[in-house]
Design a protein around this ligand. Structure first.
Ligand code: MG
Length: 229
């Protein structure tokens, strides 16, 4: 029997990729206005720093930290980090949060699960403050009993330590937990390696051959959840 359902956050509760694209437009416009940089110079420069962050820091929450990313981008060009790294970070996150849209049916799905006496959690790779702000902005925070971020654990999904913490907070046995996420490697394989059940959220039908997948929360029932066990 499934007693706890844990959701990934980005691209599982809301469409991160679309909001990220709009936030990066805002960053490019800022860099053009302040420094005369082209969109290409800004996007390629920030992508390069992002890869360096992941390579140097490894899979930890700080490797996703935007203010460090913007700071390094500015440093590499001998541009003043203050106030620009802070302004760019605030601009990025404000734009992303202002444009973030909940996945269709997710609120009703969470309400349905709570009414079925299912314990609910969030399991996400990122810094805690930003993820709390997203949940608040999306008006979804109230549905969750617990949150696990990779900042809290010290390492990203799919590390076993991340999922071990999820199991402890779930207050259930691994085979009584269902993990729902959009990333096959991080969410699905990671959760299954820890002994949990896993359901791929795949709204764009990118993995049609995955047996346990859903493309619309509006189709998910409490019986479907229990059928996963
Ligand atoms: Mg995700």
């Amino acid at each position: 029997m499934i007693k706890t359902v844990i959701f990934d956050l980005d691209d599982t509760l809301y469409d991160y990729k679309d909001s990220h694209r709009i936030a990066m437009y805002a960053i490019c416009a800022y860099c053009e206005r302040e420094f005369g940089l082209t969109t290409r110079e800004t996007t390629e420069g920030i992508d390069k720093i992002m890869k360096q962050q992941f390579d140097e820091m490894g899979p930890i929450a700080a490797s996703h930290n935007r203010i460090i990313r913007f700071q390094r981008f500015l440093e590499e060009r001998d541009l003043p980090v203050f106030p620009h790294a802070l302004t760019m970070s605030n601009l990025y996150w404000k734009t992303l949060m202002d444009t973030a849209i909940r996945e269709p049916g997710i609120r009703e799905c969470l309400a349905m699960l709570r009414n079925s006496d299912i314990r609910l959690g969030v399991g996400t790779n990122m810094t805690a403050l930003i993820q709390y702000q997203k949940l608040d902005q999306l008006k979804l925070g109230e549905y969750f009993d617990f949150i696990v971020t990779s900042e809290e654990i010290g390492i990203d999904k799919p590390d076993p330590a991340f999922f071990q913490c999820c199991i402890e907070k779930a207050k259930a046995e691994p085979d009584e937990i269902l993990f729902i996420g959009d990333n096959y490697e991080f969410d699905i394989k990671g959760a299954r390696s820890a002994g949990m059940h896993a359901l791929l959220y795949d709204p764009k039908d990118l993995r049609p051959n995955e047996a346990h997948r859903i493309n619309d929360y509006r189709d998910l029932t409490a019986d479907d959840i229990q059928a996963m066990a």
